[in-house]
Design a protein around this ligand. Structure first.
Ligand code: NDP
Length: 345
């Protein structure tokens, strides 16, 4: 470790629209030294997630922005190298918010040990981590699918959407996925067992979606908004539920598109169809974590939930991979491999 440096991606400037390479700066610093109660973490995997676009902006939100020249935030799976914390020893693999860098310090707050089990440790960032819990808790608490109902989800090949569709199937519902391109749509049906899949880039997307939902829509798990929501909205059944999890179609928007106001039609439908629309942030349902961890682990073991990871090699790739995530270039949970994985190698 003596010749090594800490490679870190800093936020160089705030994006105006889609992030570009110039918004990030690769920096080299000394490997930090842990103080009392702290530990030194070596990052193995860095999770790249859509919410990071929000952290790059200083618009008012539910979480504070990354400061200019600050290390980009992010969840990581890391190895404890040095520990002055009685709860951890060198060699422990942990889930920690070390950010976009190769080494980080932690005092143990918000850190969790990752088991060396039958699944890769990187899954703690995806199907067994925050995105998996988002799907599980959003469906359980807001979507509440019943047997025979139709559940629709967009960004369906990603970690949240793929778990939503598969959990909906486990609950006895019909799962319809929306994804970008034929390859992702085929994966939803052939590999994950969705009942139907529709490409949101197809010119007749709205008609195809209506055909894929002959009995209407009972649960729409909103990850996207924009023109996907426009196609979903007329298909809602009475008493449909819509957990609002993300609106990625607008994350790069500098202002909202000029459009005729939707409000009268939306409010009329909410009233007459008795729709329930509720936004949520995953930590609203933190208390569901133990049930989620138990259920998801057994569903994976039984082969009832499958997952796909899109692993990019090297921390220097992080900005380009992140920019691609916002355009649908990822296929599966996007993770950067920052350092050697002592478990799988
Ligand atoms: P994904 O890995 O699924 O990546 C995002 C996907 O969104 C892209 O791959 C792309 O897939 C799709 N997408 C991007 N732009 C558009 C667009 N304009 N129209 C339609 N689809 C688009 O991400 P996650 O599974 O990690 O996250 C999914 C959603 O869940 C995001 O909105 C995210 O912000 C939200 N989220 C919310 C949480 C919460 O606490 N509320 C927690 C975690 C995630 P494709 O190629 O199929 O179009």
């Amino acid at each position: 470790m003596s010749n090594e440096v800490n490679r870190r991606w800093l936020l160089a400037s705030r994006p105006d629209g889609a992030p570009v390479a110039e918004n990030f700066r690769l920096d080299e610093a000394e490997i930090p030294v842990p103080g009392e109660g702290e530990m030194l973490l070596r990052v193995i995997y860095l999770s790249l997630d859509p919410y990071m676009r929000g952290r790059m902006s200083d618009a008012k939100s539910y979480a504070a922005p990354v400061p200019i020249d600050g290390v980009m935030e992010g969840e990581t799976v890391a190895e404890v190298m040095v520990s002055n914390n009685p709860d951890y020893v060198p060699g422990d693999i942990v889930l920690a918010r070390a950010g976009w860098q190769s080494y980080g310090l932690s005092d143990g707050s918000g850190v969790r040990k990752v088991a060396r089990g039958s699944v890769p440790i990187s899954t703690a960032l995806g199907v067994l981590g925050m995105p998996g819990l988002t799907a599980y808790a959003g469906l359980k608490n807001i979507g509440m699918p019943k047997e025979g109902e139709t559940v629709v989800v967009a960004a369906a090949s990603g970690p949240v959407g793929s778990a939503v569709g598969q959990i909906a199937k486990i609950r006895g519902a019909r799962a319809v996925g929306i994804a970008g391109g034929a390859k992702k749509c085929a994966y939803l049906i052939d590999e994950l067992g969705f009942d139907a899949a529709v490409d949101h880039r197809a010119p007749d997307f709205a008609e195809q979606l209506a055909k894929a939902c002959p009995d209407g829509i009972d649960v729409y798990f909103e990850n996207v908004s924009g023109k996907v929501f426009d196609a979903v909205f007329p298909l809602f059944n009475q008493f449909a539920r819509m957990p609002v999890c993300g609106t990625i179609a607008f994350y790069n928007a500098t202002n909202f598109p000029e459009m005729e106001t939707y409000v009268p039609t939306l409010m009329r439908a909410v009233l007459t169809k008795r729709l329930r629309i509720q936004g949520f942030i995953v930590y609203d349902f933190a208390s569901d974590y133990p049930d989620f961890a138990r259920d998801m682990a057994s569903w994976i073991e039984e082969g009832r939930v499958k997952y796909r990871e899109d692993i990019v090699d090297g921390i220097e790739q992080a900005p380009e991979a992140f920019v691609g995530l916002l355009k649908g270039k990822n296929f599966g949970k996007l993770v950067v491999k920052v350092g050697a994985d002592p478990v799988s190698s």
